[in-house]
Design a protein around this ligand. Sequence first.
Ligand SMILES: [Cu+2]
Length: 229
Amino acid sequence: MQFKSILASSVLAVAAVSAQTTTGFPANYLGSAAVINDNPVGTTYSATFEGNVTGKMTFTASTNGTGVAVKVDLLGFSGATGPFNYHVHDQPVPADGNCNGTLAHLDPYQRGQTPACDKTAPETCEVGDMSGKHNAVPNTNGSLVEFHDAYVDNFISTKSGIAAFIGNRSIVIHKAGGGRYMCVNITLDTSASNTSTPVFQNDESAASSFGVSSALALGGMLVAAVFAL
Ligand SMILES: [Cu+2]
């Protein structure tokens, strides 16, 4: 008798939790995003910014294949009003550069933008809602912003052929209010130095960072030369 009542209350508790996670979402919401645990180790995708914003975002599979390490190094945003949200959008940037051509956020579970993403439950956010799950670029009233961030996201993927794959899609940065500020493609990064921090002109560490990467590049060329012999 007592056992039955405990069982019944457990079932009710489970039902309450599952109802709570879907309340307020669209009727066709498919539920929490899957953690991707077979990202191809050693693969990096990147998005390079050259315009109102310069810099790079890199997306590298974690060493155990679970999750993708994201590194964000951006400089710019002068004269624009933030905070600046950014997302993985479904389509690449079209040839004419019109950011509207990237269509909507990457959202394979059809959860939509309402309710807003809850950082404490990132599995319930749109897969492509990077600033919602992590951090937006802050507003600094139109002055130059240098923004650096690094995090692991378990729901995007560098594995080609699955819905969570970010390759051959795009990153769109939005101004306050949602207008599309900049968009760039996410492509396979084959450069050997894709783990180094991009160097900005106003960065005091520029000289030493450049020195190290130059030395590494020179070392690489020497090694290549030896192998060529
Ligand atoms: Cu967006």
